[in-house]
Design a protein around this ligand. Structure first.
Ligand code: F6R
Length: 606
């Protein structure tokens, strides 16, 4: 996730802007930059590297001006280059902007602007907005109208801050689906992606809502609604966090923050341009056989893919763990392998790519880190735009990868005539609703999950079970539990239980069952049989169900109620609740949640 900062002051601001960049660096650290208005023009400096590295090259502190914007980048569109770093000028250098989020219709806007003669110097989605502003301003000669008219043309998620020579005492900023806050102080006002940027200067904060836009001066601010263009009043809140808590967005650990980031990262995954999804989907059609490959959590993501391709495209796509891939190398030059990696640096996955390439197979990947080795080694790569995942265990990156995989599977279904375009498109609404459901579930269920974790934190042995798509969800949830609690949690297919593991079940064994709503009758009924098998041996059972399902809730020792919403997306809701359950279990045990023992974020060794 990129970090944006803007300051309007009655004094020179470059020192303060630099400080805010340093405070935001945890959000993105591949490049940064700053633009200040001074002497009737805007000066811009930017480069690749950490904030300190870029500052020693570009000497931010030497820049003059009392109004400025700054940015620390985590690349989503385009590589890590000076041209791609922010801020971005419009062609005539009269407007300059910083942006966080993904503008999903940027290609279309860019081609319209190119037809009008605009030139583009970066590969970013952001640069289209600065030129769009220039274009809109040429029509009305009014900055506020141009800003709002340009924003209304954008699709996707964004938080944007802008300055212009045409209104040199004002910062313009806006937000939709990406965070933006204001900091109020005496003669100095701030706009930023998060409170952490300015917490050492002021605790007086205004949290903006979607479609709010603001006009900020050093001694005044106005908040308006983009749709009505009328003023809205917002309360100033006094933030009591310290800096470290602020970095974690007020959460006590990065794991919890990243679990709560998921509504936003899901939206970013949904804003991946359709052309990128189609490009990978086509390989599933043109190539004889496709495979999904990842390792650890990303192997379980790949396994979810096997079920999705079967469901929506009637296609068998085997999933293979990257560490085992070189022993099998099941592909040939007619085939295609889709890899998953958050870091883009995992040794096992890189070796699997090498093995696939040695057979001449086409390769593609879904990766979070732009410029990473894996993204460069494959033929085709989608960057998921989840922002840095700082906790060692993966949460938001995995769920985003599943959302992207889902979109690919739907597209493959359409291309194979197994699914109508209409049916595939109807998922767009379901997904949009899904990010709201996650938000609601996280807010409403956290207390229950915390209580359950308190009651069960003495349990040393767990079985996590599910059938169908719930099976990889159970595996991933068990992995989360093991990683952060060091407890024994075994994931297995529910139907497999009676073939051996049932011997271990007694009153000390706890089982967590992942299962569909009752309507999904076959899967529900067969999972219910496994629950009965555990109950018959006095094992304790926790299970997910809807509130109306009295039959199953009577059977369970503890029911985890989930909203009915879209049944197809229920497995992901259960995964997110299981992430929370692991988190709170580890919290009760007083463990080092963000850095579990023996684990590293990026496993670059074999
Ligand atoms: C588990 C986890 C690991 C990684 C695995 C692959 O929470 O994070 O299992 O998923 O090491 O890493 P990436 O996705 O970076 O290739």
């Amino acid at each position: 996730m990129c970090g944006i900062s803007a300051i309007a002051s009655h004094k020179l601001v470059s020192h303060k802007l630099l400080m805010t960049l340093q405070n935001l660096e945890y959000r993105g650290y591949d490049s940064c930059g700053m633009a200040l208005f001074n002497d009737n023009k805007i000066t811009l400096r930017k480069n690749i590297g950490t904030v300190d590295e870029v500052n020693s090259l570009e000497r931010f502190e030497g820049m003059e001006g009392t109004l400025g914007i700054a940015h620390t980048r985590w690349a989503t569109h385009g590589g890590v280059t000076k041209e791609n770093s922010h801020p971005h000028f419009s062609n005539n250098e009269e407007f300059v902007i910083v942006h966080n989020g993904i503008i999903s219709n940027y290609q279309q806007i860019q081609s319209n602007l190119k037809d009008k003669g605009y030139r583009f110097y970066s590969e970013t989605d952001t640069e289209v907005f600065s030129n769009l502003l220039e274009e809109e301003y040429s029509k009305t000669k009014d900055v506020e109208t141009a800003f709002c008219d340009a924003i209304e043309k954008l699709e996707g998620s964004f938080a944007i801050a802008m300055i212009t020579i045409h209104q040199p005492d004002t910062i313009f900023a806006v937000k939709k689906d990406s965070p933006l806050v204001i900091g109020i102080n005496d003669g100095v006002n701030y706009v930023s992606s998060d409170i952490n940027a300015f917490i050492s200067e002021t605790r007086d904060t205004i949290i903006l809502d979607d479609y709010d836009y603001v006009l900020i001066k050093n001694d005044d601010y106005e908040i308006k609604n983009l749709k009505t263009r009328q003023k809205v009043s917002k309360q100033i809140v006094q933030v009591q966090w310290d800096r470290q808590t602020a970095q974690m967005g007020g959460f006590s650990h990065y794991m919890l923050k990243e679990i709560f980031d998921q509504p936003m990262t899901v939206r970013n995954a949904l804003n991946i341009p359709a052309a990128q999804i189609e490009s990978i989907a086509e390989k599933f059609i043109t190539r004889k056989q496709s495979f999904c490959v990842g390792v650890g959590t990303t192997y379980y993501v790949a396994m979810v893919g096997t079920y999705l391709f079967s469901e929506y495209a009637d296609l068998y796509v085997p999933s293979i763990s990257a560490d085992e891939y070189p022993s099998l190398i099941p592909c040939s030059h007619d085939d295609h392998v889709l890899f998953f990696s958050q870091s883009g640096e995992t040794y096992d996955t890189r070796m699997a790519i090498r093995a696939a390439k040695s057979k001449g197979a086409a390769t593609s990947a879904v990766v979070n880190v732009v410029g990473s080795s894996i993204s460069q080694e494959v033929d085709d790569c989608i960057f998921q735009g989840s922002g840095p995942e700082i906790c060692v265990v993966s949460t938001k990156a995995a769920v985003s990868q599943i959302i992207i995989l889902w979109q690919i599977a739907l597209e493959v279904g359409v291309l194979r005539n197994k699914l109508s375009r209409k049916a595939a498109d109807s998922f767009k609404d379901k997904f949009n609703e899904f990010s709201e459901t996650i938000e609601r579930v996280l807010n409403e269920e956290s207390g229950n999950i915390r209580n359950l974790a308190k009651e069960t934190s003495h349990i040393a042995n767990w079985l996590f079970m599910g059938k169908g798509i719930y099976y990889p969800i159970a595996l991933e949830s068990a992995l989360k539990m093991k990683e952060v609690t060091y407890l024994h949690a075994e994931g297995l297919p529910a139907g497999f239980l009676k073939h051996g593991t049932l011997a271990m079940v007694d009153e000390n064994m706890y089982s967590l069952f992942f299962l569909p709503f009752k309507d999904d009758s076959d899967l529900y009924k067969s999972t219910l049989m496994s629950i009965e098998e555990v109950k018959a041996r006095n094992g304790k059972v926790i299970g997910f169900c809807s509130e109306e399902d009295h039959e199953i809730s009577k059977l369970l020792d503890h029911a985890l109620y989930i909203p009915r919403g879209n049944p197809e997306l229920t497995p992901l809701i259960q995964l997110i609740i299981a992430q929370l359950f692991s988190y709170y279990s580890a919290l009760n045990l007083g463990l080092n949640i963000d850095k579990p023992r023996n684990l590293a974020k990026s496993v670059t060794v074999g």
